[in-house]
Write a protein that binds this ligand. Structure first.
Ligand code: SF4
Length: 461
C-alpha cells in the first residue's frame, strides 16, 4: 500500500463530512482524494482556502451552560453514524444548534438552487451533532463573497440521502475499485484533479474495451467522433527560466529570488505563479527553495549549458496506481501499443506536411503527396518496424525541404539535420527546442502520474 493512501481492508470507521460532499460531487474525485491521498490546487481551491483562513485559524469548544454561543471550527465524531466533521461555525443556545458552512463565491438566488454537496456536508454535520446530544433542525451555508446566508432544512429526504451516500462510499472504498470518470460533465472542466483523473482518456479506453467485448475483435478502435475535443486549460502559472553562470535561486517568504554573485538580487517571482523552474548550466538552487517547490508539486528541471535536458527534481509522485497499471498493461499489449503509436506517427507526418504547405512557397506537389501517402500508410501499419520506416522516410522528405521554410535564409542556411552535437546555427536552435519539448513532455507525463520510461512506440529492448 502506498503511504498516505487508504487500505481497502481497513477503511476508517469515520468518514469525513467533506469527503462525503466530494463523493456527492463526483465519486471518482472523492476516491482520488481520500483513498489515494491526492490533492491538486486550482485557482478556485487556492482562493477558497485563502477566504476560509480566518475560520480555520481558531478552534472553539461548545460551552456547557445555556447561554447563546458562537463556536468556530468545532470538531465532532459520531461512531454510530460513521462520520466525523469540522464545523466552520456552530451557533446555538443550550442544546439547540445550527451549523454554518462557509463557502467561497456568491450565493445562488434561492435555497432550492443550492449545490447538493453543500447540503450533504451540512446533513452529515447534523448526524454528528444529533449523535452528540444536540437538537439540530436546520443548517446554513454562508457565501463569503456575497456575504449572504442560505438556510438548509434537515428533512427526511435529505437525511436518508446522506445516510445512503455514507453506505455507498464505505462500500466503494471497501471494494477498492476507483469509480469511473463522469461522462462529458461540466464538472470536469473546472476540476483541479482532471490532470490526474484523465476523464476523457479513461472513458475512451473504457469504450475501446467495451467495443472489443462487443465485436470480439482485438484490433477494433473507437469511432473518431466519440472523442471529445480537448481544450488546453488556461495557464494560471508560468515557467521560471534561469540562465547564467553563477546564479542562485533562493526562497524568501512566498517568493523565489534569483541572485547573481556580482550583482546581488536580479529578479524574483511569486511561488504560486510558477509552474516549473528550469535551470540552465551552472545555476544553483538552495535546499529551502527545493523543498518548498517539492511540497507544492512544482518540478525543478536541470539542463546543460547547451539546453540538453539532464533531469528533474520532483516531490512525492502521484499515488494513482491504477493509472500506471493500465499504462503497463497497454504497453504490454502489442496491438494496443501499435494502435496508439500509429496515431502519433501519422499525426506527426500530417503535421509536417501542413507545415511545408503553409511555409514553403515552392514546395512541389509530389512532396506533399508523398507525405500524405506516408501518413496514410502509418495509420494502417501492421507492425512497429514498418511504422519506424514510414516515420524515417517522412523525416527525410521533411528535412529535405526544411531550409525553404526559413524566412531569413540570407543569414541562415540548412543543408540537413545533424545533432549530438549540432554543427550549424539552425541545427543548434532545433536541438535546443527539442530539448525544451522533451522536458515539457517528460514533466507533463510525470505530473499526470505515468511512468515516462515506458512508451507505446519506442519499446524497451
Ligand atoms: S475530472 Fe471529472 S470525473 Fe475526474 S475527478 Fe474531476 S469531476 Fe470527477
Amino acid at each position: 500500500m502506498v503511504e498516505g493512501s487508504l487500505d481497502p481492508d481497513n477503511v476508517p470507521l469515520l468518514i469525513p463530512a467533506s469527503m462525503l460532499a466530494a463523493f456527492a460531487y463526483c465519486p471518482r474525485l472523492c476516491y482520488i482524494q481520500w483513498v489515494h491521498g491526492e490533492f491538486q490546487d486550482s485557482a478556485e481551491t487556492a482562493e477558497g482556502r485563502f477566504q476560509h483562513r480566518w475560520v480555520d485559524a481558531n478552534q472553539d469548544e461548545v460551552p456547557d451552560d445555556f447561554q447563546p454561543f458562537h463556536a468556530r471550527s468545532v470538531s465532532l465524531t459520531a461512531p454510530q453514524a460513521g462520520v466525523c466533521c469540522r464545523i466552520d461555525l456552530l451557533e446555538g443556545e443550550g442544546n439547540k444548534v445550527t451549523p454554518v458552512e462557509y463557502k467561497r463565491g456568491e450565493a445562488p438566488k434561492t435555497p432550492a438552487s443550492l449545490y447538493e454537496p453543500y447540503l450533504i456536508q451540512l446533513a452529515a454535520q447534523c448526524l454528528a451533532l444529533q449523535e452528540n446530544g444536540f437538537s439540530c433542525q436546520e443548517g446554513m451555508v454562508y457565501f463569503i463573497r456575497s456575504q449572504e446566508r442560505l438556510p438548509v432544512k434537515f428533512d427526511v429526504a435529505l437525511m436518508d440521502r446522506t445516510k445512503a451516500l455514507l453506505a455507498t462510499l464505505r462500500n466503494t472504498v471497501e471494494r477498492g475499485e476507483m469509480p469511473p470518470p463522469l461522462q462529458s460533465s461540466y464538472r470536469c472542466d473546472r476540476c483541479s484533479l482532471a490532470g490526474i483523473c484523465l476523464p476523457d482518456e479513461v472513458n475512451l479506453l473504457r469504450e475501446m474495451d467495451a467495443e472489443k467485448g462487443r465485436q470480439g475483435n482485438l484490433e477494433s478502435e473507437p469511432k473518431e467522433e466519440k472523442v471529445r475535443m480537448l481544450l488546453p486549460a488556461r495557464d494560471d502559472q508560468v515557467p521560471l527560466y534561469v540562465v547564467g553562470q553563477g546564479m542562485t535561486v533562493r526562497k524568501r517568504g512566498e517568493r523565489l529570488e534569483v541572485w547573481s554573485h556580482e550583482e546581488g538580487k536580479i529578479n524574483e517571482a511569486r511561488i504560486r505563479e510558477v509552474s516549473k523552474v528550469c535551470l540552465y548550466g551552472g545555476v544553483e538552487i538552495t535546499t529551502p527553495a527545493t523543498v518548498e517547490l517539492m511540497q507544492r508539486g512544482v518540478p525543478v528541471l536541470h539542463f546543460s549549458h547547451g539546453g540538453w535536458f539532464e533531469g528533474i527534481c520532483l516531490g512525492m509522485s502521484h499515488k494513482n496506481v491504477e493509472l500506471r497499471i493500465k499504462q503497463f498493461q497497454s504497453a504490454g499489449d502489442e496491438m494496443r501499443s501499435l494502435s496508439i503509436a500509429r496515431k502519433i506517427i501519422s499525426g506527426k507526418i500530417e503535421n509536417s506536411r501542413i507545415l511545408l504547405l503553409r511555409n514553403d512557397p515552392e514546395v512541389p506537389a509530389g512532396v506533399l503527396d508523398s507525405l500524405g501517402r506516408l501518413a496514410g500508410q502509418a495509420e494502417g501499419a501492421l507492425r512497429m518496424q514498418s511504422l519506424l520506416g514510414f516515420e524515417g522516410a517522412a523525416a527525410e522528405i521533411y528535412f529535405g525541404r526544411f531550409g525553404n521554410m526559413l524566412k531569413c535564409s540570407q543569414d541562415f542556411s540548412f543543408q540537413n539535420r545533424n545533432k549530438r552535437p549540432p554543427i550549424d546555427p539552425v541545427n543548434t536552435v532545433l536541438s535546443y527546442l527539442y530539448g525544451i519539448l522533451a522536458k515539457e513532455l517528460f514533466s507533463t507525463v510525470l505530473a499526470v502520474g505515468f511512468d515516462p520510461y515506458l512508451g507505446f512506440y519506442h519499446q524497451p529492448r
